[in-house]
Ligand binder design. Structure first.
Ligand code: ATP
Ligand code: MG
Length: 268
């Protein structure tokens, strides 16, 4: 499986508005080769943060979306038949270990157990990647950094990391930006003016208050950006909010009608 490669100079780093000291913590971890775990709800900026930091630090970024079919070979590499010859092809993790890149394992709790086992010798002071198939044992490049993320909210209890895996990472908790940050973020991402974004962010705050009662997850910053983008394209506010901030959250007709009442309360 191929990881996507993004290499950019700091000047064109993807936009990320810091919520606190997360950029400093990440930079310190990166300088010292300490693995980083990002925890937080869907659409709150984890992926954007990693892309931003990789560009700031001038390190290539290999992103792997983890799923329950992802095998250790998908990360490490495999022998492939090329023009009648069998050749070894590095996976994204091996490439990152050799080159000194950031390997970002998105939704790491979805990965199979054999994947997490591979990470262990890489994420303690040994920093080595043994490749059984070739007999090679690679010492990680000093700039190699392992980053993983997951959403602790909706995963069932079985889908958490083992303590022996978790305790190999420093961890940063992410949440939706507070309003004073979310308004400029959404305005910048969508091109809609801040005064028109403000009520959308107010609505988002109210919807997030329903998490755990009527809603499994609060509305993501990503969806607020979608709503603002539709409005900027000329869609009536009510329709944009319905399609981007209500329908994606629930299928339950009663809950939806409750959410529409919140919309009326915010927009009149
Ligand atoms: N602090 C921020 N600075 C800039 N953009 C942000 C910030 N927070 C959120 N965003 C916006 O929110 C969108 C969603 O963020 P992102 O894709 O990084 O979420 P995520 O936490 O990785 O979600 P998931 O867990 O679903 O993968 C981004 O595309 C960006 O537009
Ligand atoms: Mg993400």
């Amino acid at each position: 499986m191929d990881g996507s490669l993004t290499m950019k100079g700091a000047a064109d780093a993807p936009f990320y508005l810091a919520q606190g000291d997360e950029c400093d913590v990440f930079a310190a971890a990166a300088r010292n080769g300490l693995p980083v775990l990002l925890k937080g709800p869907t659409g709150c900026g984890k992926t954007r943060f990693v892309a931003h930091m990789a560009a700031q630090l001038g390190r290539p970024l290999y992103t792997v979306a983890c799923h329950d079919d992802l095998s250790a070979a998908d990360l490490i590499g495999r022998y492939l038949l090329k023009g009648g010859e069998t050749v070894w092809v590095d996976g994204p993790l091996t490439r990152a270990v050799r080159e000194g890149a950031i390997c970002y394992l998105d939704e790491v709790v979805e990965a199979r157990k054999d994947v997490t086992v591979v990470l262990h010798p890489l994420t303690d002071d040994r920093r080595i990647l043994p490749i059984d198939r070739t007999g090679e044992e690679i010492e990680a490049h000093p700039d190699f950094l392992l980053v993983a993320s997951y959403n602790p909210g909706y995963q069932n209890i079985l889908k958490t990391l083992k303590p022996s895996t978790r305790q190999r990472f420093i961890a940063l908790e992410f949440d939706f930006p507070r309003a004073a940050h979310e308004i400029p973020v959404v305005a910048r991402e969508s091109g809609l003016s801040e005064d028109r974004v403000a009520p959308l962010v107010r609505l988002a705050g109210k919807l997030r208050g329903l998490k755990g009662q009527d809603l499994e997850e609060g509305v993501s910053t990503r969806l607020v950006v979608y709503a603002a983008t539709l409005i900027r394209q000329g869609m009536p506010v009510e329709r944009a909010v319905q399609t981007a901030m209500i329908e994606p959250l629930t299928d339950d007709p009663d809950v939806k009608s409750g959410l529409r009442d919140l919309v009326t309360a915010v927009f009149g």
